[in-house]
Structures are given as structure tokens and as C-alpha cells.
Design a protein. Structure first.
Length: 341
């Protein structure tokens, strides 16, 4: 299943076909086990996939979309490779296999939620957050090296747009360079002191794309950069500092803002802290108290050598099933299986 999912290209905004695959598969599973499946519309061509058995107390969730470029699957004795292997198509497969295990043993009152758009703007999570199903606990899947994460950084994403005036490059005094304005703005941003957190570590800044200009012999009238800032504290303070640093050099458009998060631990599971951002700030609390766990390493996600260990992937099936049982027992008052971080 992991390889089949990888081989369906689903770069953000093109999740329709992988959503169709999951909808078909889960409809067949639900039909034979008393489940209910739903395509949750996000746009006319994109939808989340949700399935539940009984009245969901626990929901396992991750995302269907990937970053570019599309990379087909391959495997060797130890690993499966390809875009989405660990982020997060292997996780989808592990969650579905865990659901099958739970169903076989008569477990009910849980669900699966697979969303679109996580890699860009959490569009699928936004839609799901407006339609909760009563779950008390959310198990979100991202590559955490098979540890329960105690925290994750938030994110601020921006477009920085500079405007100038075109002129012949032989007479620069007649124009106004948008690229030079943008470079000055980016230099000011790079000099900003950024906050730190004792658990989550440092706030980090990435200038992800730069574009602009028309030709080498034309003073550029437009330039744009896209930024991602991984925040560990109050995002508002970082936003205010960034806007003050840029001043009137460029226009600032905020694309996404998600808060840093601290999570509970689960007794008996190893823990970690991650620097990436998830859909949890959007999905919780509507979909319940969150826990973050998944096989694979974020260090190979978004790279040309993205991969997941077969051994770790198979172990995650049992772990997702075990976490679901523990949280169901906790909801029924049969054990105190969670500890505060």
C-alpha cells in the first residue's frame, strides 16, 4: 500500500487521485465491517477522506499531499523510497493497517481522517476543524522516528513583495530596482534576533524562494520572496518584529500562521521534540486532545532520497493500534495512560 500511494502523484492541490484511491479502499473496508466513509469536500476537485467505526473517541489522522517533485517508489531489502515514503504515505498505510487490526479484534469507536493541503496552508484541516465528530483524542501522524513528540514548532509563512520602476539598465537613475529593495528587506530580516524556548529550541528562518526582474538590461519593477519561520513562542512578536524590520521597503503578506505546540506523553513510549509544524494547531481542540507519532525521519522528508524503514513501518502498525486501545481505555476510565509533558 505504501508503494501504491507513493506512485499516485499528489503534490499539494493535486490530491484528487490519491483521495479517490483511499476512498475506494476504505469504502470496501467499511462495507465489510460496519464503518461509514465520507469524502469531505475542500474544493470542487479536492476532498478529505474520513471513515469511522461506531462513535469515534479516537481519530488517527495525517495528510495525503506531498511537496514537489514527484518521485516514483522503489525498494530494497530494508527501505521503501519515493516522495511521501515517510511524509506521509507510509503513515497512511500504517494507520489503515492498524485500523484493520483493531476491527479484526472487535475494537470500535475510532476513525481515520486523511486531509489535503498540509504542506502548504492546512486547507483540509481547516475544513475538518469546522466539522468535528466528537472525538476526545487525536493521533496525528508525522515522521517522529517512532517517538511520541512532546512539542512541535509553529510556522509563519510570508510573501514579501517589492515594487520598483522599469528603466533601461544603462540609465539606472531613471528607474527604481525592486530587487535591490527586496535584498535590503531580506538582509534586515536575517539580522533579526529570534526567540528561543527551553523545550523547542531556537526560532529558525528560511528564505525559500526569490523571483523577480524581466531581463539583465532592464531595471526590475517587481520582486518576490517566500519565507518560512519556525516559531517557538508568541508568533505575534515575531510578526511585529519582521514587519518593523522591512518597513516601507516591501509589502508583507502573511500566508500561514500556526502556533507552537506542547503535547502530552503516553506512558511507556519514548519521547522527542520536533522542529517541524503539523496540522494539529488547526485540528485541535475540535478533533480532541492531540498526540504526535509516526515512523520515519523528518531529515529525509522533502529530499530526493526520502525513504522509510520497512521494519519501522511495520512496527508502527502495532503502535498505532496500541495507542488507540490505550486512549479508548482512558476514555472509559480503565487506566491513566497519558502523562503531561
Amino acid at each position: 500500500m505504501t508503494r501504491a500511494l507513493i506512485d499516485i502523484e499528489s503534490i499539494t492541490e493535486n490530491e484528487k487521485h490519491v483521495g479517490g484511491y483511499l476512498l475506494d479502499y476504505l469504502s470496501g473496508l467499511a462495507a465489510g465491517s460496519g464503518g461509514k466513509v465520507e469524502a469531505m469536500a475542500v474544493t470542487p476537485e479536492r476532498f478529505n477522506v474520513y471513515v469511522e467505526w461506531g462513535s469515534p473517541v479516537v481519530v488517527l489522522s495525517t495528510h495525503m499531499d506531498t511537496v514537489p517533485p514527484f518521485i516514483e517508489s522503489r525498494e530494497d531489502e530494508d527501505y521503501i523510497y519515493g516522495r511521501g515514503a515517510c511524509d506521509a504515505k507510509g503513515i497512511i498505510a500504517a494507520m489503515i493497517a492498524a485500523a484493520e487490526k483493531l476491527i479484526e479484534t472487535g475494537v470500535r469507536n475510532f476513525g481515520l481522517l486523511f486531509v489535503v493541503g498540509e504542506e502548504r496552508n492546512s486547507a483540509g484541516a481547516e475544513v475538518a476543524s469546522r466539522s468535528p465528530r466528537g472525538a476526545r483524542y487525536l493521533i496525528n501522524g508525522e515522521p517522529t522516528e517512532s517517538k511520541v513528540a512532546l512539542g512541535s514548532k509553529g510556522i509563519l509563512r510570508y510573501e514579501v513583495l517589492a515594487a520598483g520602476k522599469m528603466a533601461h539598465s544603462a540609465y539606472p537613475e531613471l528607474g527604481e530596482s525592486a530587487i535591490e529593495k527586496l535584498l535590503d528587506a531580506l538582509d534586515a530580516i536575517r539580522r533579526l534576533p529570534l526567540p528561543e524556548d527551553p523545550v523547542l529550541g531556537k526560532t529558525t528562518l528560511n528564505i525559500g524562494t526569490i523571483s523577480g526582474g524581466r531581463a539583465p538590461n532592464i531595471i526590475p519593477d517587481k520582486a518576490k520572496a517566500e519565507l518560512a519561520i519556525r516559531v517557538v513562542g508568541d508568533a505575534r512578536q515575531v510578526d511585529e518584529a519582521l514587519r518593523a524590520a522591512i518597513g516601507n521597503r516591501a509589502e508583507v503578506k502573511q500566508v500561514l500562521s500556526l502556533s507552537a505546540m506542547h503535547f502530552a506523553a503516553l506512558a511507556g513510549f519514548p519521547t522527542s521534540v520536533v522542529s517541524f509544524t503539523t496540522d494539529i494547531p488547526v485540528l485541535s481542540p475540535a478533533w480532541g486532545e492531540p498526540f504526535l507519532f509516526g515512523p520515519g525521519s523528518i531529515h529525509v522528508a522533502h529530499t530526493t532520497e526520502e525513504k522509510i524503514s520497512k521494519r519501522e513501518l511495520l512496527a508502527a502498525v502495532d503502535t498505532y493500534a496500541k495507542m488507540t486501545r490505550m486512549l479508548l481505555a482512558r476514555a472509559e476510565g480503565r487506566g491513566n495512560s497519558a502523562e503531561p509533558a
